[in-house]
Design a protein around this ligand. Structure first.
Ligand code: NAD
Ligand code: ZN
Length: 250
């Protein structure tokens, strides 16, 4: 971990009028939920391009639920890690106004962040595509998966955005507003290749924000959009930044 960059990030956060975070699957890896692109279990078995499309859900929901069930079980068992907890602490200190996340695991809210924009929806609620019935997914048990609609008995779909589905309009509007008005952006654990989510750092940069990237490896944003990359695990880097902020505030 590069201490000079930790210090630079803390300084940028303290000098920024409005700091926001944009997070991806990488921030939840240390909570036990594998990301897409690193070579790991779940997504080796289930190609998202094959399983996470809305067409696949319509034509073969049973097949898609084999993947969803494993994802659900991981999410049900997951707890916020020091990276999520550090972001919640920044919010409590008045230094983070929102978190725009591509994740669907609810871990930012579990950590205590109150202004979370879920760009790709959430696993916490499920809907019936036939009759629009909605249920709370947090009360589901592993034995009750996959859940069926109590009205028409169709297989329910978690309210996550599948490939081929639109981004929830409220999330689009709110994230555009947040990124335009930010003066610093923390981009954490995203490969920044899924569009339109990946436009968020570009919008922030165009508006003059300092873009601080935290990732295990460089991404297409590095050297193009990011002012600098702090390379390493989010679970180590975020708490280190929070500590440095506290030290500098005195
Ligand atoms: P991605 O899998 O494409 O990229 C993850 C990035 O995180 C990579 O750049 C990787 O280098 C980095 N990374 C991995 N471990 C890290 C760590 N400990 N600290 C810091 N960085 C780390 O993820 P994405 O860009 O979010 O795009 C994938 C899509 O899949 C998203 O739309 C998301 O909705 C979905 N997804 C969500 C979850 C979740 O909710 N937890 C999990 C898997 C996939
Ligand atoms: Zn129904």
């Amino acid at each position: 971990m590069d201490h000079q960059l930790i210090h630079r990030a803390a300084k940028d956060i303290l000098h920024s009028k409005k700091t926001i975070a944009f997070t991806g699957a990488g921030i939840s890896v240390e909570s036990g939920i594998p990301d897409f692109r690193s070579a790991q279990g779940l997504w080796q078995k289930y190609d998202p391009e094959e399983y996470a499309t809305i067409d696949a859900f319509h034509s073969n929901p049973d097949k898609v639920w084999r993947m969803l069930k494993e994802m659900f079980l991981l999410i049900m068992a997951a707890k916020p890690n020091p990276a999520h907890i550090g972001l919640a602490e920044l919010e409590r200190m008045g230094l983070l106004s929102s978190v725009i996340t591509q994740n669907v695991d609810g871990l930012h809210q579990a950590a205590g962040n109150t202004n979370v924009i879920e760009f790709h929806g959430t696993h916490r609620t499920l809907s019936c595509l036939r009759c629009s019935t909605k249920i709370d997914g947090t009360s589901l048990t592993p034995e009750s998966l996959p859940p069926r609609c109590s009205h028409c008995s169709s297989l329910l779909k978690p309210d996550v955005v599948f490939f081929g589905e639109a981004i929830p309009w409220k999330a689009q509007i709110m994230s555009a507003e947040e990124s335009k008005s930010s003066t610093a952006l923390l981009v954490i654990g995203t490969s920044a290749v899924v569009y339109p989510a990946a436009t968020i750092p570009i919008t922030a940069k165009e508006g003059g924000a300092t873009v601080i990237e935290i990732n295990m490896e460089p991404t297409p944003l590095t050297d193009q959009i990011s002012d600098y990359l702090i390379r390493g695990s989010a679970g180590e880097i975020i708490p280190a930044i929070v500590e440095e902020v506290k030290k500098m505030k005195g």
